[in-house]
Ligand binder design. Structure first.
Ligand code: FAD
Length: 446
């Protein structure tokens, strides 16, 4: 889709007056007996954006029910900072009941175990919830690729709970060393996976160790972070220059890089690498991969791809069932991009298209559905408190300002969800446009 058309899509929903729902005997729509039920499974970035957009677009035309196993929405991009103790949990989480309730959207806290696509029911541990239209937004879960011991002996890093647990784990190990008066495996951390998450986490933990060592009377050289990555370079999805810059900067922070080394086994207290080398550490964090949430695999062989999730058509509808849409990390039609960088901006982009197309399905008046084509987004990476990188295609800009830019984006997103103020979507869009413009000027000046 052209950029100009994209903008029209982003701002169209607010500009158009809400459509009137069908009336029977001139009764207001709220007295209609059977409103279509739109169930949104998963309230992360994708699901919450669909819920907000649809409420604004479709108003009382449909009953919107949002389901999530977590009680809080969390902003993933700030999880490394939470793990490093730089921010508090309350700064990056919002209770879902409050966030959705404010908009008049029903929230059900339950874990989706499977979907009965034939009977159109979402099966949760407690009950089953019928739907007329379903939006799958369950995100992804950690993939351990069957590596022996990885599941049992590694800490996951997917949610605010994981980040808080990791922080508490590291602090208690360092404090125990300070009491014992000597450093050991307790002061060693192995981060497995050199994608964006692993890189940001390692850099933030390096900042944390500087302080923690001082507080616990441990020599900084006795505390170590090792980042293990199976490819010879970090960031498989980004350019070689960005990888090289990041590698050099991480080394400056004192992080040991083990590149081109696959993990073959994880034991309690150690990681075994290809070739037999063993890294001993009491903290092992797994950031090496994700796979679509389990519940969506019930879509059946034809409609589900184990790598990409629900297989989608150009309207982001399941190829096997037009009543089912998918957004974000759990629905990625392999046809759209070969090496997608899964990001919340992508999830929000999906959500914008899906809410429009869903509205077109719900509306009594004819509305053209929008054909999805992915836009290229800038990627912001923060490498600790002093260095950030803005990546756009093969260009990148580095400096402290991008750390603050990333923080600002987080604040805008969270403030929008926290307050329910729709106009903040505009601020978010304005900011992304500003970054794109900065990139354009920088690229032109080269
Ligand atoms: C540590 C980390 C750092 C990241 N950093 C960045 C970054 O800097 N920039 C960036 O753009 N992207 C980043 N991402 C990726 C980004 O967060 C995701 O791509 C984005 O959140 C995907 O949105 P989503 O709606 O598909 O899934 P999610 O936001 O993951 O939401 C899925 C929701 O579904 C719920 N759920 C899952 N399973 C079930 C179930 N069975 N039943 C009920 N509910 C369920 C979850 O509780 C969650 O609320 C990061 C991800 C992680 C994990």
């Amino acid at each position: 889709m052209e950029w100009a058309n994209y903008k029209v899509l982003r701002f169209q929903p607010n500009a158009r007056p809400l459509p009137a729902a069908k009336t029977v005997f001139n009764l207001p729509s709220k007295f209609l007996p059977m409103k279509p039920r739109v169930v949104i499974a998963g309230c992360g970035f994708g699901g919450a954006t669909v819920a907000f957009n649809l409420k604004r677009l479709a108003g009382n035309m449909a009953k919107i029910i949002a389901i999530d196993s977590s009680e809080k929405f969390d902003y993933h991009a700030s999880l490394p900072e939470l793990a490093a103790g730089k921010i508090r949990e309350s700064e990056i989480t919002i209770p879902l009941q409050q966030m959705l309730g404010r908009k008049g959207i029903k929230f059900v806290r339950a874990k989706v175990s499977r979907i009965d696509f034939g009977k159109r029911k979402v099966i949760t541990g407690k009950s089953s919830i019928a739907y007329d239209f379903l939006v799958l937004a369950l995100g992804a879960r950690t993939a351990f690729y069957g590596i022996p011991g990885a599941d049992e002996n590694c800490l996951e890093f997917k949610s605010y709970r994981d980040a808080s647990k990791l922080h508490a784990h590291i602090v208690s190990l360092f404090r125990s060393c300070s009491n014992a008066g000597k450093a050991s495996d307790s002061t060693k951390i192995v981060v497995v996976g050199g994608g964006l998450t692993g890189v940001e986490l390692a850099a933030d933990l390096a900042d944390m160790l500087d302080k923690l060592c001082m507080q616990c009377g441990i020599m900084r050289d006795d505390a170590q972070i090792v980042l293990v990555h199976r490819s010879p370079h970090l960031h498989p999805a980004l350019s070689e220059e960005v990888s090289a810059f990041t590698e050099n900067y991480l080394r400056l922070l004192g992080i040991r890089l083990q590149l081109g080394k696959a993990v073959v086994e994880v034991k309690k207290g150690s990681v075994v690498l290809e070739g037999g080398a063993e890294l001993r550490a009491k903290t092992i964090v797994w950031c090496a991969g994700i796979q679509p949430a389990d519940a969506v695999s019930s879509a059946g062989e034809k409609n589900f791809d184990p790598r990409c999730g629900i297989v989608l058509n150009n309207y982001l509808q399941s190829v096997g069932d037009r009543r089912v849409f998918a957004v974000g990390d759990c629905g990625w039609g392999s046809t759209f991009e070969t090496h997608p960088v899964l990001s919340y901006l992508r999830a929000v982009e999906h959500a914008d298209f899906v809410s429009h197309n869903l509205y077109a399905e719900l509306s009594s008046k004819p509305h053209r559905k929008l054909i999805y084509s992915p836009r290229t987004f800038p990627t912001m990476i923060s490498l600790g408190r002093k260095m950030g990188i803005l990546v756009f295609g093969s260009f990148y800009l580095a400096g402290l300002q991008w750390v603050w830019a990333k923080k600002l984006v987080a604040r805008i997103h969270l403030f929008r969800f926290r307050t329910g103020l729709d106009f903040l979507e505009f601020a978010d869009e304005l900011f992304v446009s500003f970054i794109e413009f900065a990139y354009y000027l920088a690229a032109k000046g080269r």
